[in-house]
Design a protein around this ligand. Structure first.
Ligand SMILES: [Zn+2]
Length: 148
């Protein structure tokens, strides 16, 4: 993608240098005054081009930061994703359960499929504390009856 502001700034710099040379070679006060005004305009044009470039650069830095952050989150999620597998319980419900790649599968726990699909790790909780398979997700509030 060509950056037109750079091209404009370089053209203005060339014009400014020509004006400086012309002014330094000139001996007439009226010519010096006119060329000084042209030189000022060229410098203002350069300043404007670099101001736009600076804004674009800052915007690119911000986008770069966001992309790096998103990439980091994706890498973290890939690690989590590699440690769980989808399992079907006796009730026919599905949950994500630690697989043999999980470094610390105990205590036994299950992840919410709804949150998992949104790349969020949410451990299902027993609704009544009795361990009878009646779970809920503390994040999305999904109810699930799951028995291994
Ligand atoms: Zn959930």
């Amino acid at each position: 993608m060509p950056v037109s502001e750079i091209s404009m700034a370089l053209t203005s710099i060339r014009a400014a240098l020509d004006l400086v040379k012309f002014i330094s070679d000139s001996h007439k006060t009226s010519v010096i005054k006119d060329k000084t005004i042209e030189l000022r305009d060229a410098i203002i044009s350069i300043q404007s081009s670099f101001s736009i470039l600076n804004e674009k650069y800052l915007n690119i830095l911000s986008i770069n930061h966001d992309i790096k952050k998103e990439l980091e989150q994706m890498k973290k999620w890939e690690i989590i994703e590699s440690q769980y597998e989808l399992v079907k319980g006796r009730t026919g419900s599905y949950v994500y359960s630690p697989n043999n790649m999980h470094p610390n599968p105990k205590p036994t726990h299950y992840l919410c499929t709804n949150c998992y699909n949104k790349r969020k790790k949410s451990i299902l909780q027993y609704r009544d504390g009795l361990g009878n398979g009646d779970f809920y997700c503390p994040d999305c509030k999904m109810d699930i009856f799951f028995q291994t």
